[in-house]
Design a protein around this ligand. Structure first.
Ligand SMILES: Cc1ncc(COP(=O)(O)O)c(C=O)c1O
Length: 444
């Protein structure tokens, strides 16, 4: 069977004449470049009428599923209530959202809402620099923390660009993922391997480090988890050397659990950033943390005062969506995280059985509802191991064939798959049947 994607292709061609690359975020461009016309719960339909069980979810925000009725109803009510983005004074809703949000995050005293994950990580870095009076930042190889200059380096980096060898106990060369970053800014970033405590200590001794900004679980190159003692070790180093530990929970926040990965691991960062699942796909993000850092936006000392500004911060539509979403995530009767864990375990067990039956070397790395299949002997500990063990070509063809069989994973190797709350056991079983068929097709 070959999918008909005529309308998707036509649409892309037309938009290419108007928009560079044809679409608003070129991260969304892959082969095949399918454009979707509608989504409901765990399923999406493209412009040609093909239906898929979705595991991509727009890079993961839709924890409740597409077009969740309760969230959308709340948004509709707010649109009819006279609320607007007045740009003057505070609102009842932003206070209500802040209270709900902070209830989920015991390590945070205060929260500032912004619009995107990138804004949140940029603000986190500013706050860390203001708090410490230092300028240098450590990031992790293979971590994505936003599109701005302060972090847009070293994501899917080739071995050659990294200097040809793994940098154990030290930093990698900087490899920006965007043109237009001044060298002066790049010089303030230091990139180390995940799960390498020694590298952090070496870099901290060498430079004046304001913060280590990291995804606590690397979820932009699949799902790479911290080894026992790693996050604890980072916490200790931060306290010893006086830099801030910032967890970028834009992906893990409200997905790994109600309290993000800091709730799962029990490690308290000084600051953390959130986005994606907060509002089930509506655009809102957050920076949260200890009051001594968060309150720098109101510091009496102008030299320490961090700018807090944004025309669209706390626009009523995403705020209303976030309140409705968090209420659902917090509702014990719905048992959202229990449901997601059960489905995640069912999918993983089914996949493991199928890969074994088809004689394909694969390992599944999973954190609750987020998972990734690595075509390797064991789950990687960092980007370097992933680069040298994973079969990227097979991963890509596997994804493309799954799409042919009605299961949508983003067709780029190592992209994390997500389960949503609207998925059912029947959806998982149907996906496993499609996986079985896919593996059968790839063997031929
Ligand atoms: C961990 C992480 N941080 C930050 C961002 C940036 O978020 P946004 O795309 O909303 O700017 C992303 C986006 O995928 C992310 O995964």
């Amino acid at each position: 069977m070959t999918l008909t994607l005529e309308k998707s292709e036509k649409l892309l061609k037309r938009n290419e004449l108007l928009i560079p690359g044809g679409l608003a975020s070129l991260n969304r461009r892959a082969d095949p470049c399918i454009s979707f016309a509608s989504g409901q719960g765990g399923r999406i339909k493209d412009y040609d009428g093909n239906e898929y069980i979705d595991y991509h979810f727009g890079f993961a925000p839709y924890i409740l599923g597409h077009n969740d009725r309760d969230v959308n109803d709340a948004v509709k009510r707010s649109l009819e209530s006279g609320l607007s983005n007045f740009g003057s004074g505070t609102t009842e809703e932003e206070g209500e959202l802040a209270a709900l949000f902070l209830k989920c995050l015991p390590a945070a005293d205060k929260v500032q809402f912004l619009n995107t994950g990138s804004e949140a990580t940029a603000q986190a870095i500013r706050v860390a620099r203001a708090a410490t009076g230092k300028s240098h930042i450590i990031k992790i190889q293979g971590s994505y923390n936003g599109h701005h200059n302060m972090v847009a380096t070293n994501l899917i980096t080739s071995a050659e660009a990294l200097g040809g060898s793994q940098m154990k106990g030290d930093e990698y060369p900087k490899v920006p993922i965007t043109a237009g970053t001044p060298l002066e800014e790049l010089n303030l970033i230091h990139v180390v391997d995940y799960n390498d405590l020694e590298a952090v200590e070496v870099v901290v001794r060498r430079h004046s480090i304001a913060a280590l900004l990291m995804e606590p679980v690397l979820q932009n190159i699949g799902v790479i988890k911290p080894e026992a003692g790693y996050l604890e070790g980072l916490r200790k180093l931060a306290d010893e050397y006086g830099f801030l530990l910032i967890f970028d929970e834009v992906k893990t926040g409200f997905r790994a659990g109600l309290g993000g990965y800091q709730g799962v691991s029990g490690i308290c960062p000084d600051l953390s950033t959130f986005g994606k699942a907060i509002a089930n796909g509506y655009p809102i993000s957050a920076l949260a943390g200890r009051h001594e850092y968060m309150d720098l936006v109101i510091s009496e000392d102008p030299a320490k005062r961090v700018l807090s500004a944004g025309t669209y911060n706390c626009h009523p539509v995403p705020v209303t969506a976030a309140i409705a979403c968090l209420r659902k995530l917090m509702d014990p009767k719905l048992d959202v995280y229990g449901h997601l864990e059960r489905l995640g375990a069912r999918l993983q067990a089914g996949q493991e059985k199928l890969f074994q039956a088809h004689g394909i070397q694969a390992v599944i790395s999973r954190q609750g509802s987020a998972s990734c299949v690595y075509f390797a002997e064991k789950a990687p500990r960092n980007w370097w191991e992933l680069l040298h063990s994973h079969d990227f070509d097979f991963d890509t063809i596997y994804r493309k064939t799954l799409i042919q069989n009605g299961v949508y994973h983003f067709p780029v190797a190592t992209k994390q798959g997500s389960i949503c709350c609207a998925h059912t056991e029947a959806d998982i079983d149907e996906s496993l049947e499609a996986t079985d068929k896919t593996l059968g097709m790839l063997k031929k």
